[in-house]
Design a protein around this ligand. Structure first.
Ligand SMILES: Cc1cc2nc3c(=O)[nH]c(=O)nc-3n(C[C@H](O)[C@H](O)[C@H](O)COP(=O)(O)OP(=O)(O)OC[C@H]3O[C@@H](n4cnc5c(N)ncnc54)[C@H](O)[C@@H]3O)c2cc1C
Length: 387
């Protein structure tokens, strides 16, 4: 019998497996894909995400842009911010995820790629789980659902399933001289349509271009992507391939544990709905899940301590991001104007993205600017009245 079965070998699954294997647990990981596999993703890692990786990640970084271009409504409304240190470290997910899985394997985990989990059943005496895959049946004392936005663990375990936004991305091959023009900047559009965003990210030797939305059902994403590509790279730019993927998130915390199972990363819906960053949450939740399983096995403590740890660490940030998003996304024209006209908010946002400031600081700085703006407006209105 395995100590732990992990469903999915993305950043969350491989990280949990590596930490548990290093602690002496017998761990088996299943992924339905053969590696290296494609995962639609901008591949942008923040510094806080880097801080949770094992040594050696720098070999997988393909770009480190130091310029952020935020675009509001209309091409004339944009602001470029240069930073001394890169705020985003760009990886190709295929090779990065393969490396993370190899780190888990090196630590002693058994990695089965090309083997999909199809059924999960709790033992009748609640001592663990039976897992049926495309190749066989396995037993484990603990189970980690790390199977991402298209996974089945949450449903099979009877845990609350995340909501889903959606993103479409394309890789565009460009001439080396065109790549040179883009290689140092990340371009983010924050106001082209409600509840969504668009990006251009350099990922040597191609450009990664995409659109995403947390209310995707209301938007013609394919047409928006084509328009975005045409706007940024001209009518000649042709995507190598267009890929779609869910953006799993939740607005309310719900338990992510069973007595001997838990969910991590996208399978748990832990994406930041403002920045659309998910890799940091995947790495952090995986780290906390491994600690919780270690504690549970050593001290017979309940696994739901994982919920508590998430609530103390990651959840306050995700919840603040959701609140800001809830204010921002329905009125992108208004807020992006305020955002772009106020460097202090942009600075705060970049600090949050880097992990050196909490979202509450961004909320505070947005609130101050808004109040200043409102105060000015009421003074102008009063002046108008007295004329
Ligand atoms: C277009 C797009 C752009 C993004 N850009 C960024 C970005 O720039 N920065 C960032 O931080 N985040 C970004 N994200 C989010 C990020 O990609 C995810 O949050 C991250 O991949 C979550 O990692 P994970 O390990 O939880 O899940 P995944 O990386 O999705 O891994 C899950 C794994 O489970 C496997 N699996 C699924 N079902 C089964 C099964 N039944 N049996 C066995 N295996 C299974 C899958 O094959 C997969 O390998 C983006 C997302 C999208 C869609």
């Amino acid at each position: 019998m395995n100590d732990v079965i992990v469903v999915g070998a993305g950043p969350a699954g491989s990280t949990a497996a590596r930490i548990l294997a290093q602690s002496g647990f017998e761990v088996t990981v299943f992924d339905r894909e053969f590696f290296p596999r494609v995962k639609p993703c901008g591949g942008g890692l923040t510094s806080r995400a880097l801080s949770l990786l094992p040594p050696g990640y720098s070999d997988y970084i393909h770009a480190q842009p130091t310029e952020w271009i935020f675009e509001g409504r209309g091409t004339e409304s944009s602001r470029s911010v240069h930073t001394e240190r890169p705020y985003s470290h760009i990886v190709h997910r295929a090779s990065f995820d393969q490396w993370l899985a190899s780190q888990a394997e090196r630590a002693g985990a058994h990695i089965h790629t090309g083997e999909a989990v199809v059924a999960i059943q709790e033992h009748t005496d609640a001592s663990g789980y039976q897992v049926r895959t495309s190749h066989g049946t396995y037993q484990a004392r603990y189970l980690i659902g790390a199977d991402g936005g298209r996974g089945i663990s949450a449903r099979l375990l009877g845990l609350s399933r995340p909501k889903n936004g959606a993103a479409l991305e394309a890789e565009i091959a460009v001439a080396p001289e065109i790549y040179e023009q883009w290689k140092n900047s990340v371009t983010i559009s924050i106001a082209h349509y409600p509840w969504g965003y668009a990006w251009v990210i350099p990922r040597r030797p191609v450009l990664n271009v995409g659109v995403g939305s947390f209310r995707a059902a209301r938007l013609p994403l394919r047409a928006l992507l084509q328009e975005w590509i045409r706007q940024k790279l001209g009518a000649q730019a042709t995507p190598i391939e267009i890929l779609a993927h869910p953006l799993p998130y939740r607005h309310h915390f719900a338990t992510l544990t069973k007595p001997r199972a838990l969910l991590v990363g996208d399978a748990a819906g832990l994406m930041d709905t403002l920045s659309a960053e998910g890799i940091y949450s995947a790495l952090l939740s995986a780290t906390l899940s491994a600690e919780a399983i270690r504690d549970a096995a050593e001290n017979d403590s309940p696994l739901h301590l994982y919920d508590q740890k998430l609530k103390q660490t990651l959840w306050p940030e995700l919840s603040s991001a959701a609140k800001i998003g809830w204010l921002f996304y329905p009125f992108p024209g208004f807020w992006s104007k305020l955002f772009l006209e106020n460097p202090s908010i942009i600075e705060q946002y970049l600090k949050v993205a880097q992990g050196t400031a909490p979202y509450s600081a961004l909320l505070q700085s947005g609130r101050n600017v808004f109040l200043r703006h409102a105060h000015l407006r009421s003074r102008i209105d009063r002046a108008d009245l007295s004329d």
